[in-house]
Ligand binder design. Structure first.
Ligand SMILES: [Zn+2]
Length: 311
């Protein structure tokens, strides 16, 4: 497990599609790949259907990303026509109910304390409120603990049968953030909001239990893995999505970066495009202590995605 702390992590990933129109675009964003040299983790379609997963190199292609943007714009336009869109310049601003599922093994390993869970909620509230830097955006979203559930299951604890266990345990609607705490080779994995219609039962984030505040994973135990994964759950890409391209992560005020950041290399500038790498951004792969912000444009994207898919 300790190897988890020293390795680069993961890019956004996809599931292969089924018959639904939008399904080729759906998938899971995984954070913080711990082992091996692959820079992207993708559950192959055949395996993901069974809840398994394995490494791959496929990322959200530029074409797929473009289609996601078009679909989102279409949904926002339709909601605006019904008078339920967020006015330009305003934020959706909602309180998100959070359900925490502690997936312990049969012997009780993998447990976290109620205080750790409360502290994790505090971190979510602080980070989404822009509370870690004067440069950080206030997203308008807050979080409240709606329930804590503990299970003893050796398979679930190791994130096996994940599609099955998520469907069996998930609580709430599209607006509810479900966090499953497991012991796996990642820091976290998230679903994107555009997945929800097709796969509501698996919607949420899986987070390593030792990444919570007070956990044992050095450099990643301040609870900001959950912030990163929640960012995906709200519809944010990694800041290095698309590499050194103008489109990059569909967010104008996060400078392009060629690859994930490791640690906290101040001054890193991996693309010739304007701006230093956004190493302090929650959607990079920097150390928890290096993270301090979402940007204003990420905040806007969060609101738009919320309105399109979760409101
Ligand atoms: Zn990620």
């Amino acid at each position: 497990m300790r190897s988890l702390i020293t390795r680069p992590r993961v890019a956004a990933a996809l599931l292969a599609g089924s018959a639904l129109m939008f399904s080729p675009l759906s998938g899971q964003a995984t954070a913080r790949l711990p082992v091996g040299s692959a820079d992207c983790f993708v559950p192959p379609a055949s395996a993901s259907a069974k809840g398994g997963h394995g490494p791959d190199t496929r990322e959200v292609s530029a074409a797929e990303q473009k289609a996601i943007e078009a679909r989102t714009a279409q949904l926002l336009k339709a909601k605006a026509a019904r008078g339920i869109a967020v006015p330009k310049g305003a934020l959706a601003a909602a309180t998100v109910p959070v359900y925490v599922h502690v997936m312990r093994d049969a012997a009780g390993n993998g447990d976290v304390t109620n205080k750790q869970i409360a502290d994790q909620i505090t971190v979510l509230n602080k980070t989404f409120a822009g509370g870690e830097s004067s440069a950080a955006a206030e997203t308008g979203f807050s979080f409240t603990l709606a329930g804590t559930f503990r299970y003893n299951n050796n398979q679930w604890h190791k994130d096996k049968q994940s599609s099955s266990y998520r469907k069996q345990t998930r609580k709430g609607g599209a607006n509810a953030l479900n966090i499953w705490l497991v012991d796996f080779a990642y820091l976290g994995i998230a679903t994107f909001p555009w997945d929800y219609d097709r796969s509501p039962g698996t919607d949420g984030i899986r987070v390593h239990f030792d990444s919570l505040p007070g956990g044992s994973i050095a450099n990643y135990n301040l609870g900001e893995t959950a912030t990163h994964e929640a960012g995906h759950w709200f519809g944010l890409y990694h800041t290095f999505q698309g590499g050194c391209t103008e489109t990059n992560d569909e967010v104008a005020d996060t400078p392009a970066q060629s690859s994930p950041t490791n640690g906290c290399p101040v001054g890193r500038d991996s693309c010739s495009l304007p701006g230093l790498d956004p190493i302090h951004n929650y959607m990079d792969y920097s150390y928890d202590s290096c993270y301090n912000q979402f940007t204003a444009d990420q905040s806007t994207r969060i609101s738009q995605m919320w309105t399109a898919y979760r409101a």
